[in-house]
Design a protein around this ligand. Structure first.
Ligand SMILES: Cc1cc2nc3c(=O)[nH]c(=O)nc-3n(C[C@H](O)[C@H](O)[C@H](O)COP(=O)(O)O)c2cc1C
Length: 261
């Protein structure tokens, strides 16, 4: 005897991923922010366009390189590799006295939504979404920043959704006079497998950096940092991967110092 089971699927509506309007007090705070944010954004736009006009005519005493860790987990392999990279920049900077400072931004504790294409950033260096990205805007807008290093785990052969959300939100710098133009860009990818898509991931982030008209820097040998998170002895034992991350840092410092002259 054959038993035939019939499943009925009732389609009751479409799922709407668009953010819903905020109610009550949250809504009022949001409206207040939407009134004040454009002024802050316009100020930031004027300031940054002045800075980028004068950048080439005066030498900076301080140059900063920002590292962004884009794993949803803090203090794991991606952050470790990024710390190695930034440590190499610091060591090389101390040895050569080229005055390069580093800062690490960890996206793990921050809520960062994807871009919603509201076009608010067409009016200035601002974003309408009230989330963790707001605190990063002034850090990236700092004219002393000469380079950005993105470190991301490999998820399904590419960057994490957190890394992509962050990158998409940086469109506001592009829309306000290509404010990342000529900044250096480096990438570190950490995969669970030795060859799990690290190079593809690095290239995907490079593509976004090129869309910003940034200058891509590798590790002096290949594409940048490529590390093995599930190394049998732990990611701290992946000496090959650690070397690529540290060499990327050394190259970022060298190129920054060379371009400054
Ligand atoms: C959803 C998901 C997808 C993943 N896909 C890949 C992959 O395609 N290739 C790979 O090598 N590792 C993959 N991994 C493993 C992570 O890249 C690896 O564990 C990495 O070290 C995690 O970084 P973290 O320790 O900083 O969180 C995946 C992990 C998750 C959770």
């Amino acid at each position: 005897m054959v038993t035939v089971m019939v499943f009925r699927v009732k389609v009751s509506g479409v799922i709407d991923f668009a953010p819903q309007p905020l109610q009550g007090r949250q809504g009022k705070v949001k409206s207040l922010l939407s009134i004040t944010r454009p002024f802050a954004g316009i100020f930031l736009s004027f300031f940054m366009s002045y800075e980028s006009r004068t950048t080439n005519t005066r030498k900076r005493s301080v140059m900063k390189i920002i590292g962004v860790a884009a794993s949803p987990r803090t203090n794991k392999s991606t952050r470790f590799l990024l710390e190695q990279c930034l440590d190499a920049i610091k060591n090389a900077s101390e040895a050569s006295k080229n005055g390069i400072e580093v800062e690490l931004i960890d996206l793990a504790p921050l809520e960062i939504q994807g871009c919603i294409a509201c076009d608010a950033c067409k009016k200035g260096v601002l974003c309408s979404q009230d989330d963790g990205f707001q605190e990063i805007i002034p850090k990236l807008a700092d004219p002393e920043v000469v380079g950005i290093i993105m470190a991301t785990p490999v998820y399904m052969g590419c960057m994490t959704s957190r890394a992509k959300a962050f990158i998409d939100r940086t469109v506001l710098f592009r829309r306000n006079g290509f404010l990342f133009k000529n900044k250096l860009g480096g990438v570190i990818a950490v995969g669970g497998s030795r060859n799990g898509g690290q190079e593809l991931t690095v290239q995907a982030v490079h593509a976004a950096m090129m869309i910003h008209d940034m200058i891509i820097v590798g590790d002096g040998d290949h594409f940048g940092g490529a590390a093995w998170g599930n190394h049998p002895d732990g990611y701290e034992a992946d000496t090959t991967g650690i070397a690529t991350a540290r060499n990327l840092g050394i190259r970022m410092g060298e190129v920054a110092a060379t371009l400054r002259g």
